[in-house]
Design a protein around this ligand. Structure first.
Ligand SMILES: *[C@@H]1O[C@H](CO)[C@@H](O)[C@H](O)[C@H]1NC(C)=O
Ligand SMILES: *[C@@H]1O[C@H](CO)[C@@H](O)[C@H](O)[C@H]1NC(C)=O
Ligand SMILES: *[C@@H]1O[C@H](CO)[C@@H](O)[C@H](O)[C@H]1NC(C)=O
Ligand SMILES: *[C@@H]1O[C@H](CO)[C@@H](O)[C@H](O)[C@H]1NC(C)=O
Ligand SMILES: *[C@@H]1O[C@H](CO)[C@@H](O)[C@H](O)[C@H]1NC(C)=O
Ligand SMILES: *[C@@H]1O[C@H](CO)[C@@H](O)[C@H](O)[C@H]1NC(C)=O
Length: 328
């Protein structure tokens, strides 16, 4: 009888595991399902909204979390007078739930395209989840002045602005924009658009707003050693999951570059005494130090794709590092 019940239980759990299982984030969902790419039921906050989120693993061992939105895409948008503001919801999550999910999903990016006809740019603005509001031509995060970064990428100049393809700089400006939105990752996603001077006829806006796409590394890759005089050290010993293989740097200062991960931990040589300062550096060169949780573990903000680490000592010993791990 007991065996029968156990078997029944097993059958039940197998049968319903994909349908009824609910996960906190894509990492949990994929790890519980042999990394099968799929849409999973994700509930970022206990008892909160359960959202359908697309989770996948890339060939580079990155977990991709794709959060869809409720935008009516490519619709011709007009308004009789004043401005038209459109709020954007992501997988029905509240802003708080969205923040929780993003925090465990890595570094995010978002694509959009926007067609504007015979408008004035001063009536066009965009609001992001962190509260930042940018006007069409005033994106000041150092990525591109324009809403989308394609023009800056093409001309390799971060100071470029949106190209007006319309007749004048006043009330007849027109734009055909598409590409990645020019804000630092921690601001995303776009949660509201506002368009004015779109009274119909020749004047309108039309947008396509992509899902929020976040990428998180499953396993930290070997760090890059940035000091030119340290090039002969083999950094793969630092992430080989073996804390007995160490590197002894014969110098008082070492600078490393790692892929972004929210939490990192350092295992250092037993005899070694030195300072560890991990930080992120935004595109405008703004430095944000990671928070020190224990003497060797840190939490970093998702301002950029990379974490830099300064290791230095004023003592006469060497800087010995054995392992650098991401904690989850
Ligand atoms: C979730 O809901 C259940 C029942 O509605 C309640 O007992 C439980 O305390 C709730 N948990 C949280 C974390 O709110
Ligand atoms: C989002 O929530 C609304 C209202 O609760 C519901 O009508 C709608 O079906 C939900 N949409 C999705 C995609 O779950
Ligand atoms: C670095 O060490 C690893 C073993 O941990 C080895 O597989 C790799 O070939 C070495 N790379 C270089 C450039 O020596
Ligand atoms: C790291 O090594 C430990 C044993 O030393 C092992 O239990 C663990 O699974 C390894 N982790 C990875 C990611 O290889
Ligand atoms: C970080 O690494 C150290 C040294 O290996 C270890 O003692 C410590 O438990 C780790 N900390 C965390 C939070 O995993
Ligand atoms: C931060 O990045 C900027 C621009 O890439 C660079 O010039 C600067 O040296 C970096 N600062 C640090 C402390 O790494």
């Amino acid at each position: 009888m007991i065996y029968f019940l156990i078997i029944l239980n097993l059958l039940g759990s197998v049968k319903f595991s994909n349908l009824e299982s609910i996960y906190r984030n894509c990492k949990d969902a994929l790890e519980s399902n042999n990394f099968i790419d799929s849409m999973y039921s994700i509930q970022p906050v206990p008892n909160g909204t359960i959202a359908g989120i697309t989770c996948s693993l890339t060939a580079e061992d990155e977990i991709i979390t794709e959060i869809g939105n409720d935008v009516e895409q490519n619709k011709r948008l007009t308004v009789q007078s004043g401005t038209l503001s459109i709020k954007i919801k992501y997988a029905n999550l509240t802003n708080t739930e969205l923040r929780v999910l993003i925090k465990s999903s890595g570094i995010c990016s978002q694509q959009m395209s926007l067609t504007l006809r015979n408008v004035h740019d001063k009536f066009i603005s965009f609001t992001f989840l962190d509260g930042k509001v940018y006007k069409l031509r005033h994106f000041n995060d150092g990525i591109c002045q324009c809403l989308t970064s394609e023009i800056c990428d093409k001309l390799q100049n971060r100071m470029e602005n949106c190209k007006n393809v319309g007749k004048n700089q006043g009330y007849s400006q027109s734009y055909d924009l598409s590409g990645e939105i020019s804000v630092l990752p921690h601001r995303l996603p776009l949660i509201q658009t506002r368009y004015g001077d779109i009274n119909g006829g020749q004047e309108y806006a039309k947008h396509h707003i992509g899902p929020l796409s976040c990428s998180m590394i499953l396993k930290l890759k070997s760090p890059l050693i940035l000091n030119s005089y340290c090039k002969n050290y083999n950094s793969s010993f630092l992430n080989d999951n073996d804390s007995t293989t160490c590197i002894k740097f014969k110098t008082k200062f070492v600078k490393l570059k790692l892929d972004y991960t929210e939490k990192i931990n350092f295992t250092i040589g037993k005899e070694s005494v030195f300072e560890i300062h991990p930080y992120v550096n935004t595109s405008i060169g703004k430095i944000s130090l990671c928070n020190q949780d224990t003497p060797t573990s840190f939490t970093c903000s998702s301002y950029s794709r990379y974490i830099y680490v300064s290791l230095w000592t004023t003592l006469s010993n060497d800087i010995e590092v054995c392992e650098i791990q991401n904690l989850t």
